[in-house]
Design a binder for this molecule. Structure first.
Ligand code: MCA
Ligand code: AMP
Length: 506
């Protein structure tokens, strides 16, 4: 594997990162991330307080340059989830914005405040250039080669991202450098993604989609990213009407764009002018594909991946026949469909459904501290995705569902029902709890909690729905909060005492 970010060594005056009115050229980024990498030194792991900012991007690049695994942390994370992540990943240092107030377990760690302009000459008010244009006196390092640490081995852990399972606490997915390099190069090939592209997105930076694809992707290509700070349809319209060439988003974002593009000609024109609109993290409903195409003339391409596998398949930029599919396996990725019985499906008939299993250089190393879970995730070298799909004669996969009903995809976030049930059961007003997902136009699925209240433990009163919603938001994360709470006298159970979730919605 060559180095992760060859463009950092050229230290050019091309814009690497832009967050609203702040930008960094490759020269400036090499100088500031290089300086920070030297300050990080030889820690075991660094936690990154992953706000959607320049600071987070520089912190992660610095950790990668230093060869120290970075653990991005959702800045809206709740108490009990944070305690778990910190004790499980045991970081020895935290990188954060200077004015960020860190919660307990992170506040107790040694901290470096990230200054994205440290080591550059231009100072904190610097304005980066647009791609390809010279900035004259940009960073101190601009134009010259920068001294950067040697590239660590390809198998070295680069990033640890926490992801939900059906039960229990989130698991830390250890992602090596070769997985990042290979997935980004494969996408580069499939999408003809080059240094001339300006990627626009407003995704969070504590998951694979926003961080690895959305920030590290443009940096590996030597191109540019314009991050919106937070997603808005206005932000997308503005950036794509400007220099933006590509958009990354989750289906909820495309749903909102689709709803607006019909009566917003400026938005429709901006979307129509983009070179590539890419959706991922969950299925984009056909109706949203159609609405966007009707309003803009452009199509949305989907790609399919997972935290554990990075990207597996993608609709290629030159494949016009694929709406509703997630495309073909990316270069280097091997995919197969497997029946419940373990039989490998040979048909490419667009009908026979099996579980997608994958292997290739895009895969993770292990779940941190969980050899049991790691072993269970594989079937003789093939990673079991849990996603059910068909394959057509063109080799394109179409995802039709998921094995585990206890995994909910809401707003593109994967959320385990068991994790929320456990959190609800910790509330004194809850005697029994079950969590399900139900269809939601905007979020894809919404989280529904079914509660048998415990009035004795709760001072004689049943908890309110809002109290339980706030409890989950504060303990886990706001995106894991139930959107609907039903109170019941008892949960439907079978003879063995197992909760019959299918009976709940009836
Ligand atoms: C609401 N909020 C609360 C509460 N209720 N906070 C505390 N307590 C409460 N009770 C706050 C939220 O924190 C948020 O704050 C605001 O209210 C609105 O929240 P919400 O309605 O949940 O979200 P939204 O603003 O409507 O966001 C929709 C979204 C978001 C932008 C689409 O879901 C999103 O960013 N999704 C991206 C998911 C993603 O990146 N997934 C990648 C993982 P505030 O207003 O301050 O924000 S999958 C992956 O990586 C794989 C590899 C793949 O294939 O991609
Ligand atoms: P996560 O575990 O959060 O990384 O999410 C990975 C899961 O997201 C996959 O196992 C799929 O279920 C889902 N996913 C990602 N991309 C797509 C897509 N384009 N279409 C359908 N599902 C997707």
């Amino acid at each position: 594997m060559n180095e992760l970010f060859p463009a950092l060594r050229t230290a050019s005056s091309r814009t690497a990162l832009r967050f609203q009115d702040r930008a960094l050229t490759y020269g400036q980024l090499a100088a500031s991330a290089g300086t920070l990498a030297a300050r990080i030194g030889a820690e075991r792991r660094v936690a990154v307080w992953a706000t959607p900012t320049m600071e987070t991007s520089v912190a992660v690049v610095a950790a990668l340059l230093a060869g120290i695994p970075a653990v991005p942390v959702n800045p809206k994370i709740g108490e009990s989830e944070l305690a778990h992540i910190v004790s499980d990943s045991a970081p020895t240092l935290v990188l954060a914005e200077p004015d960020a107030e860190l919660p307990g377990p992170l506040a107790a760690l040694p901290r470096i405040d990230v200054d994205p302009y440290e080591g550059t000459e231009s100072g904190a008010t610097a304005e980066g250039s647009e791609p390809g244009t010279a900035t004259g006196a940009a960073g101190g390092a601009a134009g010259g080669a920068v001294e950067l640490p040697p590239e660590p081995g390809a198998e070295a852990p680069a990033v640890i991202v926490y992801t939900s399972g059906t039960t229990g606490r989130p698991k830390g997915v250890v992602i090596p450098r070769r997985a990042i390099a290979s997935t980004l190069d494969a996408l580069g090939e499939a999408w003809q993604w080059t240094a001339d592209d300006v990627l626009v997105h407003g995704l969070p930076l504590f998951h694979v989609h926003g961080l690895i694809l959305g920030i590290l992707g443009p940096l590996r290509r030597g191109g540019t990213v314009h991050h919106l700070g937070r997603f808005s349809t206005e932000g997308v319209a503005r950036e794509l009407a400007g220099v933006g060439t590509m958009l990354f988003g989750v289906p909820t974002m495309y749903h909102r764009l689709a709803a607006e593009a019909g009566d917003n000609p400026a938005l429709a024109k901006a979307l129509g002018g983009a070179r590539l609109l890419v959706s991922g993290s969950a299925a984009l409903p056909l109706t949203d594909h159609q609405k966007i195409t009707a309003a803009t003339g452009a199509r949305v391409v989907e790609r399919y991946g997972m935290t554990e596998t990075l990207m597996n398949t993608a609709v290629r930029a030159d494949d016009t026949a694929a709406p509703g599919t997630v495309g073909v396996p990316l270069p280097g990725v091997h995919a197969r469909l497997v029946e419940e019985s373990g039989t490998v499906i040979e048909e490419s008939d667009g009908e026979t459904v099996g579980e997608i299993q994958v292997r290739g250089p895009n895969l993770f190393v292990e779940y941190l501290n969980r050899p049991d879970a790691t072993a269970e995730a594989f079937d003789g070298g093939w990673f079991r995705t849990g996603d059910m799909a068909t394959r057509d004669a063109g080799g394109r996969y179409r995802i039709v569902g998921r094995k585990a009903t206890d995994l909910i995809k809401s707003g593109g976030y994967k959320i385990g029902a068991g994790e929320i049930e456990n959190s609800l059961l910790e509330h004194p007003g809850v005697a029994e709890a079950a969590v399900t997902g139900e269809p939601d136009e905007d979020l894809g699925e919404r989280i529904v909690a079914w509660i048998v209240p415990d009035t004795d433990e709760n001072g004689g009163a049943a908890p309110t729905a809002q109290e339980l919603i706030d409890h989950v938001a504060a303990q886990l994360a706001p995106h894991k909060r139930p959107r609907i709470v039903h109170f019941l006298d008892a949960l439907p159970r079978n003879d063995m005492g197992k909760i019959l979730k299918r009976g709940l919605h009836a």
